[in-house]
Design a protein around this ligand. Sequence first.
Ligand code: SF4
Length: 166
Amino acid sequence: MEFRKEEQAESNKGVTKKISMVQSFAMALASRGLTNKKINKATKQLRVLSCMGNRESGGILPPCDHLMDSETEGKKYCGACGCGDREGTWLIAEADKYSKLDYPKVACPLQMPGFTNYAPSRPDESEEPITRKYYIEQVDYSILERVNVVIGEEEEKKEEEETQTE
Ligand code: SF4
């Protein structure tokens, strides 16, 4: 099956708008708050589908055009949001640590499903070749369920211990 090349969301064109995407990520950081608020599993599965596709779990959806390989082996990051390649911006499906996809509020430059700024596909996106966004919107729950995710948790206890030993 062929998928249409994604156009960048109108909202992310131009330098000023790129800065606003970084600000969105800052907002995501703020959304963690003082307690370790978590997103639900289905939301993370949608985000993983949006960024990484589902070929690794036997599906047909390719990764997002903006998914980049990190200089750190095995890690990925979003090349469109302007946040760069560092531990805090890695997109990790099965995270043992809190990663960007675990934040309750996080924006995607393409406004893809699962993200806080999600915007539904336009009517023409259902025409062949369809867009990835349209495909995800139509995806059967049984396909979504097969996307392997682990919700990353901050090691609050460890942090507490570290604080006590300081
Ligand atoms: S955050 Fe959005 S634009 Fe970036 S890799 Fe994921 S789906 Fe693509």
